[in-house]
Write a protein that binds this ligand. Structure first.
Ligand code: SF4
Length: 461
């Protein structure tokens, strides 16, 4: 712990006061455009660049202070690309392509285990893409790599796997259960066939019901379902219909995503620009429904039953996600001051070539593409990861970690308090219920000028 000056933790800094009009102007700038960017992780991958010289992973991980690590495996394959998706994934169902990819992932794991094996894993997640698109034997192999090569102790780590309705089978769910998976997450997006078709995700609701019924036969501690609001042709009523359908299956957790479109996604911004923007109405209506059903809101997107969890005695981990060991092409890895990954792309041509390079690689022992986080960026990340969740930012944690006071470093954060989008209770800075609804524009406002410039200069291959 660094020593902290003996002053109130939320010191107001030396900024001249803003007028009521200036404050209102700032708030209007946040609320006018709530969905300008989704801060899934900070800094975003589009701020990554070639690291010159490449950084040896051995040193990077040896010096990582996190007590335990998070093991992540990325499976960058899907049956088709959804119209809103800008994740690193390739529509490719060929089993031989998948098998060669898992071979490469195993080779990478064998090399990385020497760098990261000195700390235990508190979490393990397999995401993508669609991990359950893999054949059963390849899916099983991922667990063998996690435990046999990386040294994961499944009894001490929470384990999460992403699935989709059309790819789950009794055999694959049996494998997940056998490997003590705690959380199964399924992307549904909508129970209305026309809405799914409008986002290029042709999905028969009967397929979804079949998958949910099958999942119900297994005893996973947490079932998470993902839904999207603001889809082309959707109304608040049809949105609530999908939500009600999902709730029938009593998921322990539910993620509600506003629809985002970009120039490079299949559904273009102009495709939804033609209809009224119902996203904030959908969000508010869903919050009410979920609160009445006993779900607690943990972030703008995440709602869960308070008692949801696993019986395992899981190792402690920090919510800051440092110490993330990302295996596979498209996975990010986070140490305290270096974030790195393979290159980013969305088009078929780009993802295909990046995956081909990954599969052909013999040595995975350097980080050659990523971003080094300055102290300022580490602080911003720490703040953003905390305030965009309902638990909020414990001010003493901030001061303990950085040895400075929050508002001395970032006086602009007082705008949150003065505008009513945030509040401080017992030494914790939270967004209010209203503020949580603007998480994405608040996140976008708080990113540094340097990262914004990098992101804006990024040319998508
Ligand atoms: S949203 Fe999920 S299922 Fe759809 S293309 Fe992206 S990764 Fe695949």
């Amino acid at each position: 712990m660094t020593s902290v000056p003996n002053r109130p933790l939320l010191h107001q800094g030396g900024q001249p006061p803003l007028s009521v009009e200036q404050l209102q102007h700032w708030k209007d700038s946040i609320t006018a455009d709530p969905y300008r960017s989704y801060l899934y992780s900070y800094p975003h991958k589009t701020a990554y660049r070639e690291l010159q010289p490449p950084l040896p992973l051995e040193t990077l991980w040896r010096d990582e202070p996190a007590e335990s690590f998070f093991l992540y495996m990325h499976i960058p394959f899907c049956g088709a690309r959804c119209g809103f998706c800008n994740l690193f994934t390739l529509p490719d169902k060929r089993a031989d392509v998948h098998a060669r990819y898992v071979d490469a992932l195993e080779r990478q794991a064998r090399q990385w285990s020497a760098f990261t094996g000195h700390k235990p894993y508190a979490r393990f997640a397999i995401g993508g893409g669609t991990p359950t698109l893999l054949a059963a034997d390849q899916l099983r192999r991922l667990f063998t790599i996690a435990t046999g090569v990386m040294g994961l102790d499944p009894a001490a780590a929470s384990i999460s796997v992403e699935t989709s309705p059309e790819t789950i089978t009794a055999e694959k769910l049996g494998i997940l259960q056998e490997h003590t998976v705690d959380r199964v997450s399924m992307g549904i997006q909508s129970f209305v066939a026309a809405e799914s078709a409008a986002i290029y995700r042709p999905q028969n609701p009967d397929e979804v019901y079949r998958a949910l019924e099958l999942l119900g036969r297994y005893d996973f501690p947490i079932l998470n379902l993902d839904l999207i609001y603001g889809l082309p042709g959707q109304t608040v009523d049809s949105w609530l219909y999908s939500l009600e359908q999902a709730l029938t299956y009593e998921p322990e957790e539910i993620f509600l995503y506003p629809l985002y479109t970009r120039e490079h996604t299949i559904v273009k911004p102009e495709d939804i620009g033609r209809q009224d923007d119902i996203r904030m109405d959908c969000y508010n209506a869903a919050r009410q429904v979920l609160a009445a059903r006993g779900y607690q809101q943990y972030s703008m997107r995440r709602f869960a039953k308070p008692a949801a969890g696993t019986d395992k005695a899981i190792l402690d981990y920090s919510c800051q996600e440092e110490g993330m060991v990302g295996l596979g092409c498209g996975a990010r890895s986070y140490t305290r001051n270096v974030h790195y990954a393979s290159r980013y792309g969305v088009s078929r041509k780009a993802t295909e070539s990046i995956i081909a390079d990954y599969v052909a690689t013999e040595y995975y022992n350097t980080a050659d593409y990523g971003i080094m986080l300055s102290l300022d960026e580490q602080k911003r990340r720490f703040i953003l990861k905390a305030i965009l969740h309902s638990e909020g930012l414990q001010l003493s944690d901030y001061s303990g970690r950085f040895g400075t006071l929050l508002l001395d470093d970032f006086p602009e954060l007082s705008l949150l308090l003065r505008s009513g989008l945030g509040r401080e209770i017992d030494g914790v800075l939270h967004l209010t219920g209203e503020g949580l609804g603007y998480s994405d524009s608040i996140g976008d406002w708080f990113i540094s000028g340097e990262v914004r410039e990098q992101m804006e200069r990024f040319v998508l291959p």
